[in-house]
Design a protein around this ligand. Structure first.
Ligand SMILES: [Zn+2]
Length: 273
């Protein structure tokens, strides 16, 4: 087993979850067994696997344009948003707005709080505060998977009876059809980067990182083979960008939402197609 270079905390997370990882890999449709994973809530948090939430986009929308953000909040019926400690997406947004990286993590965290509050006011939703390290599921990044939820469904890996650390991208609510794969790329860059489990060759052909597409049974463009190709393309782009070593380091699965769960939990009256 590879242990060198990984924090004790991350390795503890792995040893607790390797059975769940194996289970998810063999039978990804198991995520539908625990339906509490899909019960609605109206809070939007980051895609970061350390933060618990059911409607997720990078930095609670910090990388979207103001218009996209408002449309996303409306589509996903968001009532409130939260910032969190050491948010990678907030770091990218900081660079975008100031032209350089934040001088310290204190500067980044203060700005993330300020900016998320401003985004909330602008969009007419509540700012529900900052997720501190004590409130986080795991202090270090220990994600083994990205759940790419293409259905218009609230989803939480933490509530799915598979407390496997994973990023969650709530793509089904995004107004821009190309934006979801950008966020998937962000999750791969973190998972394989120096803060993620993937550095020092943790992931391999035999122990690949998992990308699980959760397909919308009623939209052909968001399910089955179409969804698989979209995710496969995003992985190839992440290889080109130098985040992921080879295609064999990532295993892509697609599971379409069963009709009964879709009927019970999906939010259908969204504005965009
Ligand atoms: Zn974040």
């Amino acid at each position: 087993m590879v242990t060198q270079g990984h924090s004790a905390e991350a390795m503890r997370a792995w040893s607790l979850r390797q059975d769940l990882y194996a289970q998810l890999r063999t039978n990804p449709a198991d995520i539908f067994r625990t339906q509490t994973a899909f019960a609605d809530d109206n809070v939007c948090v980051c895609i970061d696997g350390r933060v618990k939430g059911k409607k997720n986009c990078a930095g609670a929308g910090i990388l979207m344009t103001p218009l996209e953000r408002m449309e996303y909040y409306r589509n996903a019926r968001i009532g409130g948003i939260m910032s969190h400690e050491d948010c990678g997406a907030a770091g990218l947004a900081y660079k975008r707005d100031f032209g350089h990286a934040p001088a310290s993590s204190e500067v980044l965290n203060d700005w993330a709080k300020f900016e998320t509050r401003r985004m909330a006011e602008e969009a007419g939703v509540d700012y529900l505060g900052h997720v501190t390290p004590e409130m986080m599921h795991c202090g270090k990044h220990a994600e083994l998977a990205t759940f790419f939820v293409a259905a218009r469904l609230p989803f939480s890996a933490h509530h799915a009876g598979i407390p496997l650390d994973g990023f969650v991208v709530s793509e089904g609510f995004y107004p821009n059809p190309d934006y979801g794969t950008t966020e998937l790329g962000v999750t791969l860059s973190i998972a394989f980067g120096q803060h993620g489990m993937g550095h020092n060759e943790f992931f391999s052909k035999d122990r690949p990182y998992l990308v699980v597409g959760v397909g919308d049974p009623y939209r052909d463009s968001h399910r089955g083979e179409a969804l698989y190709s979209k995710l496969d393309r995003a992985v190839l782009e992440a290889i080109e960008a130098g985040y992921v070593p080879t295609r064999e380091h990532v295993e892509v699965h697609v599971v379409d939402v069963p009709l009964d769960i879709h009927a019970r939990y999906a939010l259908l009256d969204v504005v965009s197609a």
